[in-house]
Design a protein around this ligand. Structure first.
Ligand SMILES: O=C(O)CCC(=O)C(=O)O
Length: 281
């Protein structure tokens, strides 16, 4: 699969595109079945630094990860050849690598405030495998905001928050719905669709007012020249999981290749290395 010319145009102009992926119907069922196997009562989740866990227990209170983020059902989506093709098309690089995936298991009552993930051209895939609607915390974006100027957008956000007495919050996930921005749109999405967006687009979420946590798996690939590695996947995935992938999927994991872990992820690695491996759930 490649983005069509009009999808590519939308991605460049608006900063996002929603892609229909019928093959995700069955794959989503496997993701949900994995959730069923490990989900806990949200009342028992315990502390979690950034608040991205509700029914999925964090590996430890400091960890970004649960047992599922890079487990097989999710890796089959993350490394689906259709998405790898799009990653290659958009980065213009054949030798891309998976930096990381990750599930945001957003608790009832929480939301995410306006931010951008990066100042550069990074790309992100989002799979709302429990569905994404306004009432359960779908994404809000300002189309075209990746084109800047970012300072003006940040100033508008600051001013509106001040006028409305809604100060910025500290954690990623907070019991807080951010101010309405001029031109913003809500990206409602089905489990068999993928939202593909730029890391630099301004985005937030609606508050999750549903009766269950909203789960979304997201990931990005980077071109080989970008030195931003988070995982040596050989050390974090079981042999069983790696064997279940195709050679083409393994290629994107850079197994057995020599590279440095980025400075930003060294503390995480020191804390977590050797303590777990993602597997088949
Ligand atoms: O909807 C979410 O879980 C938050 C998404 C988000 O803000 C992000 O991926 O940066």
């Amino acid at each position: 699969m490649a983005l069509t010319e009009s999808q590519l145009e939308q991605y460049n102009k608006l900063g996002y595109v929603i892609i229909d992926c019928p093959f995700l119907l069955e794959m989503t069922e496997r993701c949900l079945a994995a959730v069923e196997k490990v989900a806990i009562n949200p009342a028992e989740t315990g502390p979690c630094r950034i608040g991205n866990h509700s029914r999925l227990k964090p590996l430890d209170p400091e960890s970004y990860w649960s047992e599922l983020d890079h487990s097989l059902a999710f890796m089959q989506v993350i490394l689906h050849p259709e998405f790898v093709d799009i990653g290659r098309q958009v980065t213009g690089c054949r030798d891309i690598f998976l930096r990381n995936g990750g599930i945001n298991d957003m608790a009832v009552g929480l939301g995410v405030q306006w931010h951008r993930d990066s100042n550069d051209d990074s790309l992100e895939f989002m799979h709302y495998f429990t569905g994404g609607k306004c009432e359960n915390g779908c994404l809000r974006v300002v189309p075209g905001s990746h084109l800047g100027p970012a300072d003006e957008m940040l100033e508008t956000i600051r001013r509106l928050r001040e006028e409305q007495g809604r100060p910025a919050k500290g954690r990623t996930f907070e019991p807080f719905e951010d101010v309405a921005l001029p031109g913003e749109v809500s990206l409602e999405i089905e489990p068999h669709q993928i939202l593909f967006r730029r890391g630099s687009i301004f985005h937030s979420t609606h508050l999750n007012t549903a009766s269950y946590s909203r789960m979304m798996s997201h990931w990005g690939y980077l071109p080989s020249h970008v030195d931003d590695h988070r995982f040596t996947w050989d050390d974090y995935l079981t042999d069983e999981l790696i064997e279940a992938l195709t050679p083409e999927q393994r290629e994107v994991l850079w197994l057995g290749r020599d590279f440095k872990i980025a400075e930003a992820f060294k503390a995480e690695r020191a804390r977590e290395f050797g303590k777990f491996r993602w597997s088949i759930v």
